[in-house]
Design a protein around this ligand. Structure first.
Ligand code: NDP
Length: 309
């Protein structure tokens, strides 16, 4: 059995920043990097809105720098994911994917959220080459180009409106004959000349020689007037929701109906003393690297206070 005073689970901006702060506070934390070291940012290319990088920074380089900074202050990195936890016992008990057993006096959960995809093989094929699940991250690369956003909720409408500021044309691909988004967002989309809503439309696949050049669509799938056609586009944005990676902890922690971990006020404290949540796993709203990093810092500071008691 291995023991650590503080176990940080997750290696996005929240996890690494927690590592930097906790390391500097001499807590010698252990950090589980999980299946996707560097987190969601590693699926994008360049980050242009992280403060301190006036000319932008390669996402992998940014995450690698955060990792090295955490290591510099003594955070021990493990290339593992947690597969089982028990928060009923003290110290907390954690099983890793290689079978190793760990105990920890405190825990920072920074496991992030994952964008939902349609499940098309073309989404994988063109990932980072025209397929994105984050308009704020990648929209800038589609200035004066034609893009499509999939989804009919608030996120899709928000992303379509955001992209309309940059792109020359935005198609909103909606599977139902109506939008699910709030009235105000619906109106914003319907009143935007640059946005064209394609109701009752599903995506069958994507095509293109060098990245996405278009989408294979179907109108009124399965109906007598079904129509298949190709829509030329340069970018394909998914906005069909995210799911927080909180399943492992949900039996012990308060979560909202979508599974996001609920913390007390604007603190990272969960309802289990000694367990803190940072980054997207507890943030259904902003989903930004800089905000996740800030919440990771807060979580480390709260963990330090908890361990000192
Ligand atoms: P939602 O679950 O609200 O909407 C998801 C959308 O994606 C729906 O239109 C759904 O279609 C569609 N969808 C889901 N799966 C598929 C699929 N396989 N193929 C095609 N379309 C699909 O998620 P959001 O991310 O939009 O919002 C999450 C929550 O966050 C909501 O409560 C929302 O109100 C809130 N939010 C609020 C904002 C604000 O207030 N400014 C901004 C962003 C989000 P269908 O309708 O047919 O199910």
């Amino acid at each position: 059995m291995n023991h650590t005073r503080l176990l940080i689970i997750g290696s996005g901006p929240a996890g690494y920043t927690a590592g930097i702060y906790a390391g500097r506070a001499n807590l010698s934390p252990t950090l589980l990097e999980g299946m996707q070291p560097g987190g969601q940012l590693t699926i994008t290319t360049e980050v242009e809105n992280f403060p301190g990088w006036p000319d932008g920074v390669d996402a992998k380089e940014l995450m690698d720098n955060m990792r090295r900074q955490a290591e510099r202050f003594g955070t021990q990195m493990l290339p593992n994911a947690a597969t089982k936890v028990n928060l009923d016992v003290r110290p907390f008990h954690i099983t890793l994917d290689d079978g190793a057993e760990w105990t920890a006096d405190s825990l920072i959960i920074a496991t992030g959220a994952s964008a939902k995809y349609l499940g098309l093989s073309d989404e994988q094929k063109y990932m980072g080459q025209g397929v994105s699940a984050c308009a704020t991250c990648d929209g800038f690369f589609y200035r004066k180009k034609v893009v499509a956003v999939v989804g009919g909720g608030d996120t899709a409408c928000e992303e379509a409106s955001y992209l309309a500021e940059l792109a020359s044309k935005v198609y909103l691909i909606v599977r139902k004959p109506h939008l699910r988004a709030s009235k105000i967002m619906q109106e914003r989309v319907m009143n935007n000349d640059k946005i064209e809503v394609l109701f009752e439309t599903n995506t069958l696949g994507l095509y293109g020689e060098n990245g996405v050049e278009g989408a294979h669509l179907v109108f009124r799938k399965g109906e007598s007037d079904e129509r298949k056609y190709d829509l030329p586009i340069d970018g394909f944005f998914l906005a069909i929701g995210h799911h927080p990676n909180s399943e492992l902890f949900a039996p012990w922690l308060k979560t909202n109906e979508e599974g996001y971990i609920i913390t007390e006020g604007d603190t990272p404290c969960t309802d289990v003393p000694g367990v803190f949540a940072a980054g997207d796993v507890a943030d259904p709203k902003y989903r930004q690297a800089v905000i996740a990093a800030g919440s990771g810092a807060k979580a480390a500071m709260e963990a330090e206070k908890y361990l000192a008691q």
